[in-house]
Design a protein around this ligand. Structure first.
Ligand SMILES: C[S@@+](CC[C@H](N)C(=O)[O-])C[C@H]1O[C@@H](n2cnc3c(N)ncnc32)[C@H](O)[C@@H]1O
Length: 256
């Protein structure tokens, strides 16, 4: 089952997830500062109640909590959620968190001021039905006028060349340098791809290699905007990394 493999992929990755960044702490600070500015511009300054419905190990959720927002984190991966809670505690911030599928959010209607799904999490959903189920649920748990924020890889650009690999990411560990990189195998439909994530970890005099596999749907900005409108959101707007400071294109929209 597709979602079982997503869960397994992230459960196995949780302990090493920070290695996909050169400096996870610095990325966490940068990403949350940009999202904080977007929240402030759309909802006004002050503390917002935010649901990060694909929080992973807490890259955005912990950072936003540190900036004074009341963040709840949910994610499909139990191991990632457990690490997010630990990372928050290590930084003395509160992060209530739970395992939940973004297609079935376990919260009452109108519970949050903002809902976030960052760093290419939504494209793990591989059908229009699933994407719409997730977005409709996000709208349901937002208060009227609440803010949706979704970031994805720049798929409009990526679909022009359908790359097969990503550049290696180097990070320093206590045992030496580690490298991560991805290999992408495009499906015949030209829209979906299987991703293999290679982790080369320093071990004794050589390397220990871990490989995980998952699938993504390279949704264009037009496709995602159409789904957001179909789910009942208003005023969709794409923010470029230059304009938002966030490292990926960021879609915002408002609950009616
Ligand atoms: C690329 S990671 C990003 C995590 C986090 N936002 C970050 O930047 O560190 C994608 C995340 O989406 C989560 N995810 C994928 N499908 C999901 C679903 N249906 N419901 C909830 N979370 C999901 C994965 O478990 C994973 O933690």
């Amino acid at each position: 089952m597709a979602d079982a493999s997503v869960e397994r992929f992230y459960d196995r990755l949780a302990a090493d997830y920070h290695l996909v960044y050169h400096d996870w702490d610095a990325s966490m600070s940068r990403q949350s500062a940009s999202l904080h500015a977007v929240i402030g511009a759309r909802l006004g300054t002050g503390s917002a109640s935010v649901l990060d419905c694909s929080c992973g190990i807490g890259t955005q959720a912990v950072g936003l909590s540190r900036l004074g927002h009341r963040v709840t984190g949910t994610d499909l991966s139990r191991a990632a959620v457990a690490r997010a809670v630990d990372e928050a505690a290590a930084r003395a911030v509160r992060l209530p968190a739970a395992v939940a599928d973004m297609r079935r959010l376990p919260f009452p209607d109108a519970r949050f001021d903002a809902v976030l799904s960052a760093d290419n999490s939504l494209p793990h959903l591989l059908t229009g039905t699933d994407v719409l189920a997730a977005l409709t649920g996000m709208r349901r748990v937002l208060r009227g006028g609440g803010l949706l924020m979704i970031s994805t890889r720049p798929y409009d650009e990526i679909l022009r060349s359908r790359p097969r690999t990503t550049a290696p990411q180097l990070s320093e560990t206590a045992d030496g340098q580690a490298f991560t990189f991805q290999v992408w195998d495009w499906h015949d439909d030209g829209e979906r791809y299987d991703l293999r994530l290679f982790r080369l970890l320093p071990r004794d005099e050589g390397w220990h290699v871990e490989v995980g596999r998952t699938t993504y749907w390279a949704l264009t900005q037009r496709q995602l905007t159409d789904f957001v409108l179909e789910a009942g959101f208003e005023a969709p707007r794409w923010h470029t990394p230059d304009s938002s400071g966030f490292f990926q294109p960021l879609l915002t929209a408002l609950a009616p």
